[in-house]
Design a protein around this ligand. Structure first.
Ligand SMILES: O=C(O)CCC(=O)C(=O)O
Ligand SMILES: [Fe+2]
Length: 300
């Protein structure tokens, strides 16, 4: 596949089953593995409100963020300090900061459903994130159903695999690229995402690069337009018909906020290739990847 541009898809048309938009989505998912979507149910004001909430949190004094530091827990909930995650083992730990929250189900005993850690400030932070989480999950499920149809599978296939989703909503804060940063330092090192579909909102500042046949390709999106890519579980599931493409952020003189929703299925979903007779339990794959990349979870 030699596709070297990132298709822009009209989400309303795709979800309504428009054949041309469906075919372009299928080609993008199986080719470069990235697309942008506009005309979505989450408008610009909604995303700007969300980004402002994260901006307020990341601007808090370090002592305050440390009260919800995920390194005190065995899970990926709360604040991740700079250099607390190493997505590329060949690179140094990322210099970004993050705030993670997700679906809670403590009775499950699974760390992927751990309780969220909420800061006292900024005011309204929790409510804004929870409402966005809910609506972004619904939109992502619609997108996945359309994608299933696009690759010739049952559109309803995913519906019951995403109740109690292990979906994780993350705020990434990339400060100005530090003076000390060298060739092995990244805002986020090269990686593929772990789950099914990533719905990425950004503040519009450039920085994301996609590994394409012609080299690292920049992609950006204004608030209200989203970048979509696919994770390892969907690549397994679709037996490679949908690609999990590597991407990274080196960082620049301009600070940047991005908000991915990592739309992961329920813990017991089987993400092995459809019809293969094999089993790959979604929670096992996700926990393995968390344990490999979050420094506070790394074995030893
Ligand atoms: O900040 C971005 O644009 C991408 C972030 C990313 O790849 C991630 O959080 O997995
Ligand atoms: Fe990513």
């Amino acid at each position: 596949m030699t596709e070297t541009s990132i298709p822009a898809i009209d989400a309303a048309r795709l979800l309504a089953g428009d054949p041309a938009e469906t075919a372009r989505t299928r080609d993008a998912a199986g080719g470069i593995g990235f697309l942008t979507v506009h005309n979505t149910p989450l408008d610009r004001a909604r995303v700007e409100e969300l980004i402002a909430a994260y901006r307020g949190f990341f601007a808090l004094p370090e002592e305050e963020k440390a009260k919800v530091d995920m390194s005190r827990t065995e899970a990926s909930r709360g604040w991740g300090a700079p250099r607390s995650e190493q997505v590329d083992p060949e690179a140094n730990p990322d210099y970004k900061e993050v705030f993670d929250c997700g679906h809670e189900w403590p009775e499950s005993g699974l760390k992927v459903y751990a309780p969220n850690l909420w800061p006292d400030r900024p005011e309204g932070f929790r409510a804004v994130l929870e409402a966005y989480y809910r609506d972004a999950c619904a939109f992502s499920l619609d997108l996945l159903s359309a994608l299933a149809g696009a690759i010739g599978e049952d559109r309803a296939y995913f519906r019951d695999k995403f109740d109690r989703p292990m979906a994780l909503l993350r705020g990434n804060y990339y400060p100005e690229r530090p003076d000390w940063a060298g060739a092995r330092d990244f805002g986020i090192g090269a990686h593929t995402d772990y789950g099914c579909l990533t719905l990425l909102a950004t503040d519009g500042v450039a920085g994301l690069e996609v590994n394409s046949p012609s080299g690292w390709l920049p992609v950006s999106a204004e608030p209200g337009t989203f970048i979509i890519n696919f994770g390892e579980m969907l690549e397994f599931w679709s037996d490679g018909r949908i690609r999990a493409t590597e991407h990274r952020v080196i960082g620049s003189r301009e600070e940047r906020i991005s908000v991915p929703l990592f739309f992961n299925p329920r813990h017991d979903a089987n993400v092995a290739p459809v019809g293969s007779g094999r089993t790959i339990r979604a929670a096992d794959h996700l926990q393995k990847r968390y344990d490999e990349t979050y420094l506070h979870l790394k074995a030893g």
